[in-house]
Design a protein around this ligand. Structure first.
Ligand code: NAD
Ligand code: UDX
Length: 347
């Protein structure tokens, strides 16, 4: 026969305890426990390196390996402060953590357009699940949003106050509208439930470990040049992007997480040495990496933004952050990694 609450108060239904009371104990020196979703990807794995290298953190990566790979994390696998979970963020995740860097989402246009329904599910359900987790454990959560929330911008450079020019029904919408909803969810959880949120709007970032067949322009041009293929400049070639090196980006993300502002905050490199047309980028790859390389003009895809450059006044003043690596310095660093992975010897 079962007990009732009246018979035995110890079995009465109680409010759930605060998770991990040990974490607030003054008798233990706990490391900060940090979840990085999408940590097996390009930016995520560099972020994991920085978080692990301090020795002050335990890091849990949750990734479904759609575009990321275990190889990016091989130096940490087996480390006592590191755990890797194969997990899709569209499903709930139960872990006890202090901070969440929520990066999980396909980011290259060819990857995010491959299964647009899954992309929007990842942005909406994935972000809801991570916010639910943040609420349950009282964690601070940072979303890696994107410059794509500005769409094909009618203002240049783009400030955080700009609401954007986005096609809600186009082939890019699964990603840019998905990220816009993710930002909305972040702010609604913040206002309604008091969750500590941080939103970074990341502009085009490049560097070592980008998937060789990622499809984004810098990795495409370098891989094509090294494989002896023509670089595919999508028409008209005069569209611009402002390219930020990955170590600068990771520094910005860590500073934002440690700050007391919600954002959104633009992170990217607006320097005149970093805003390039695609034709200029092809010429730079030819000059700096493979002098025999050539390019051809190919058809573009719909809704490609014609120009993009961040206004980073807020990041500079609030986070005391500014990017340091110019495109001309960053391209050879990325190419060195591609030489190694493609098994081609540097001339
Ligand atoms: N690199 C950029 O230029 C850039 C610009 C703006 C925003 N961002 C954002 O930064 C984040 C990381 O981008 P990246 O460039 O490193 O791309 P990436 O493709 O290398 O990394 C994304 C990671 O998320 C994982 N992932 C995707 N869907 C998932 C799911 N449903 N569940 C669990 N894991 C999933 C992938 O396997 C991969 O490891 C993304 O949120 C992206 O939107 C990147
Ligand atoms: O082979 C290529 C690939 C791309 N491009 C051009 O290069 C420019 C940049 O394209 P990418 O695919 O690298 O990236 P996009 O700027 O379009 O989108 C990116 O923006 C920011 C992030 O959120 C994402 O990482 C991604 O969506 C576009 O104008 C595109 O037309 C080429 O000329 N040739």
């Amino acid at each position: 026969m079962g007990h009732t609450a009246n018979e035995d108060d110890s079995l009465a239904v109680k409010a759930p305890p605060l998770p991990s009371p040990l974490r607030h104990s003054k008798f233990t020196t706990q490391k900060m426990r940090i979840l990085v979703t999408g940590g097996a990807g390009f930016i995520g794995s560099h972020l994991v390196d920085r978080l692990m290298e301090t020795g002050a953190n335990e890091v849990i990566v949750a990734d479904n390996f759609f575009s990321g790979t275990k190889d990016n994390l091989r130096r940490w696998i087996g480390h006592p402060n590191f755990e890797l979970i194969r997990h899709d963020v569209t499903e709930p995740l139960l872990v006890e953590v202090d901070q969440i860097y929520h990066l999980a989402c396909p980011a290259s246009p060819i990857f995010y357009k491959y299964n647009p329904v899954k992309t929007i599910k990842t942005n909406v359900m994935g972000t809801l699940n991570m916010l639910g987790l943040a609420k349950r454990v009282g964690a601070r959560i940072l979303l890696t949003s994107t410059s794509e929330v500005y769409g094909d911008p009618l203002e240049h450079p783009q400030k955080e106050e700009y609401w954007g020019n986005v096609n809600p029904i186009g082939v890019r919408s699964c990603y840019d509208e998905g990220k816009r909803v993710a930002e909305t969810l972040m702010f609604d959880y913040h206002r309604q439930h008091g969750i500590e949120i941080r939103i970074a709007r990341i502009f085009n970032t490049y560097g070592p470990r980008m998937n060789i067949d990622d499809g984004r322009v810098v990795s495409n041009f370098i891989a094509q040049a090294l494989r002896g293929e023509q670089m595919t400049v999508q028409a008209p070639g005069t569209q611009t992007r402002s390219f930020c090196y990955v170590s600068d980006m990771v520094e910005g993300l860590i500073r934002l997480m440690g700050s007391d502002v919600t954002g959104p905050i633009n992170l990217g490199n607006p320097a005149s040495t970093c805003e390039f047309t695609m034709l200029e980028l092809a010429e730079a790859v030819k000059e700096l990496i493979e002098p025999s390389a050539s390019w051809k003009l190919v058809e573009n895809t719909p809704d490609d933004p014609r120009k993009r450059k961040p206004d980073i006044t807020k990041a500079e003043s609030i986070l005391k952050w500014e990017p340091k690596v110019s495109l001309r310095d960053g391209l050879p660093l990325m190419a060195a990694d591609f030489f190694e992975r493609l098994g081609v010897s540097k001339k």
